[in-house]
Every structure is written in C-alpha cells, then in structure tokens.
Design a protein around this ligand. Sequence first.
Ligand code: AMP
Length: 567
Amino acid sequence: MELLDVDKLIEEFESMTKDAGNVQRETLKKILEENGCAEYLQNLGLNGRTDPESFKACVPLVTHNDLQPYIQRIVDGSSSPILTGKPITTISLSSGTTQGKPKFVPFNDELMETTLQIYRTSYAFRTREFPIENGKALQLIYSSKQSKTKGGLIAGTATTNVFRNSQYKNTMKAMQSQCCSPDEVIFGPDFHQSLYCHLLCGLIFHEEIQFISSTFSHSIVHAFRTFEQVWEELCADIREGVLTSRITFPSVRSAMAKLLKPNPELADLIHKKCLGLNNWYGLIPELFPNVKYIYGIMTGSMEPYLKKLRHYARDLPLISADYGSSEGWIGANVNPNVPPELATYVVLPDIGYFEFIPLKENVEEANPVGLTEVKVGEEYEVIITSFAGLYRYRLGDVVKVTGFHNLSPELKFICRRNLMLTINIDKNTEKDLQLAVEAASKLNTEEKLEVLDFSSHVDLSTNPGHYVIFWEISGEVREEVLEECCNCLDRSFVDAGYVSSRKINAIGPLELRVVQRGTFQKILNHYVGLGAALSQFKTPRCVGSTNNEVLQILCNNVVKSYFSTAF
Ligand code: AMP
C-alpha cells in the first residue's frame, strides 16, 4: 500500500480553494447533471439548467421534514430515481438526538468518496505539522448494526456505513492510521464489550500507538473514564493472557485470543504507572509513550469535554477533526496547530454546493448567499446541496465566518440552530447554555468538583415556567457551593429577554437538579438501544417534554435540587 502524497494533496487543496467560486459553479452543474432525471428535480422545472441563479429560483429551501416522504419511498424500496439519478441502496441514520428519534438520510458512493476526500485533506495538513510513524492508532470507534429496511436497503449510522466500506480500510492504511483493534471489536454487537477490548488492544500495542482518535471526542473521554473503573481487570487479563469472562461474544473472544498472550511485565508496568498518577492526570502519555496527538471532533457540543480530555492528555496536542454530518461533509481542519477552542473548518468547494442564510441577532435575512459571498465576522445557517440527493437542505447548524483560506471561507462552528430554552421572549441556544454551565462550574475549582455532563429542560408545569439544568457531578460538594452555582447559572443567561422576564417573575427561578452518578450513561444506553452509534453520540443538551423517556431518566435520578435566589 502506497502512502498518501501529502504535498500533492495540499497543492490540490490550495489550487481548488483559490478558485472556489468557479469550483462551486462546476460542482452544482455536476450534481444537477448527474441527478437531473430524479423525480424531485424534474418536478421543479429546471429543464436542464444548472446555473446557481436558476437553481435558486426553482428549488426551495427544505428541512428534513419536507424530504421525509421522498426518503420514505426510497426506504420502502422504490427503485425509480426519486432524489438521485442512480438508485440509493444505503441509508444513514442521522443522530436526531434533540427530537429523540434518529432520522434517515441517503448514503451513496459519492458521499463515501467525499468522506475519504476530507479525511485525506485534513490528514495531509495534520501530518505535515505532526508526522506519525508507521504504527497503529487507538481508534475508539464503534459500529452499530446494519439492518435492512422494509424495502431491502442497508441501513446503519453514517459512521457505520463508512467504517464498513472496503475503501475505508485502504485509506486508513495509506494514512498510517490503522486501528489497533480487530474488526470483530469495532463491529462487536455490544459497545461496552467493544470499548473494553479497544482499551485492551491499545495496551497490548501501547508502544506502537501513534495517536488516539474517535469521531466525536466524547468517546475518548468516555473510554478513559471507563479505564479508571476497569484498569485492574485489564491488567489481570494481560498478566494471565486470558480475557475476562465479561466479554461474552464468541467472535470478539476469538479475535482477542489471537492478540492476548500472558505478559506479566506489561501488566506490572501498567499497574505501576496507574498507581503513580495523581487523579489520572496525564494518563494518556503515561500509557502510550509514542502518541503524537489526540484527534476527534472537539468543537460545538464536544467543547465541554475538553477540560477532562486535557487532564488525561497533559501536554499532548488536541486536534479537532473535520466538520460534517450524516447528510454530507462541509469543511476540513487545515490548521491543526490551533487549539480546539479556536478551530475552524475550511469549506471544500467541490464536495457539495453551499449556501448560507445570514443571521443577524438570530433573525434570518431572506436571501441565502453563496460560498464566496459570505462576510467575515457574520453568522450563518448552513444550506447544503449534496451528491446524495439533498438540494438546498437546511442543516440546522449555525457557523461564523472567521476568515478565508484563499477564496474559501473558514467556518467556526457555533451551535445548532434550533432555540433550546425559551418560555416567552427569552431565547437561549445550546451555546448560551454551554457558557452558563462553564461559568458556574468555574466556581467549583477549589471544591474538586467536576461537571461530568449536563442537560436542560423547560419546565412549564410550574407557573410561571422555569429553566431546569441537570448536572451530573463528581466529588463531594458543599450545599452552599451548589446553591451559588445555581445562582450563577441563572445570572449567566444574559439574553435581554430572559433577564427582563426573570426580573418581573414572568420566568420563575432557575432550578439546578443534581443527578446520580451514571445517569448520563443511562441516557447513552437508551440512545444506543434505539440504534444510535456510540461513535456519533451527542448528549442532548435540551430535553423537550415530548422526549419523555429521556426526561424520565433524568427526573428519576435527581438526588438534590436547588432554586436560584439570584433575582
Ligand atoms: P450526525 O447527525 O450524527 O451526522 O451529526 C452531525 C452534526 O454534528 C452536525 O450537524 C453538527 O451539528 C455536529 N458536528 C459535526 N461536526 C462538527 C464539528 N467539527 N464541530 C462541531 N459540531 C459538529
């Protein structure tokens, strides 16, 4: 297997972004030519036109809801060209965690190719800054089951569809990024067992591991939190060369048996290293002496896990992975030197056709603008037109343009578009909630308290309604501190609508509910049970009343609750 030609990849990316406007026109033309015979486009009266102006005039902006009837027919097995020229044979389950249900979106060879293209692009830039040797990667990746829809299509999460594609492995080899775990572990039927085996494989190959990665960085933090619980069992397995009886699936057991040999020296070494750590600080470089960096999506709803990740990683670079979704890819991280808090993504102008709805003060302006028309400093909602049957599709993400790489914009991910916390004239987003939680948890540094995870809910059963914030915390914390955290949360929602409503008691005092340890694990299990993959898991940051099961998990596990006295 030949290694990728990094210089050539960078050169191609530079020349493409220098010509972003033309590349976008060409990309739209290609998408419309390939799919012009699809029923959806036929009905819109484009009559073979492929220019952006006609496209905008004929094709409406849509949400997933609008496309649902078309997608459903594909799922049910209709083989006529509905959204794409070539029939769709695979479906991705996008994580609709806020709605409580996964959504279906089409997946095809073109989407697979763009996925590999973005992987290769960011790899080229990353490897130029942080070269890796020909070793292995501890990839904390999991694949959900692929099932068949009623109409006979293969359905799985997008990551599953990617990991199961034969080209994926070849590309990983060319990127010197082969997973240290056998396929049976990645595709194992139970993610708890897969996670344990990933850790075990990582330890067996500890000197060869070059980097640690996952799709979303939550999985890395989750894995090392689990390590804290199971490290002695892992050591015992290595010492004896026998896998714990907790791993029950024969395929996983036999794959692991091939790797596991009695190795008391390694077991002693790991044992000693673990005992030598203070509160697990620096665990990753201690266990994996040749790791060059940690890699995974670290922005947006992953930001709250950075603190814990840094704790485990000590001074290893944390590099945020690219920006995309099950619906299609958007941008690559080509500045791997930048810390995740400042990470931006340069749009690849040939992987889709992109438009942006300007948002001022969260009010949208009527006319979406093209890729090269966006302005630095402004926020936009992303619209994508893909090679996989989505035309002017509102992704629901808010991004900010921070600059340009040649002529292609650099986007900073801000948040999901849907307002989360709103009772009357108040409007608070995921980002506002994240900032409030960050501010309140800073009060705790002296208390050795850590907010492990959080979510929120608008409680309208009280009069007036009020915001509820759920916290899972570690450590013993004094009541007074939590009372002060609750007040701080209330004060940190600085949106004028919220503050004025609080002052006149049109919104009641904010409530902080502390939940038992393990509550967010139960939520994760709930979603995995619904068919979500751990690889794509994002904690729902706001749980609506319609998402009854998750709300029940949260409410049934409350151990203490506090009401703000801030107003
Ligand atoms: P999924 O539906 O599981 O494919 O998740 C896609 C969503 O994850 C996107 O619409 C974003 O909201 C979020 N996401 C993906 N990549 C990033 C990133 N690099 N930074 C922040 N959020 C991201």
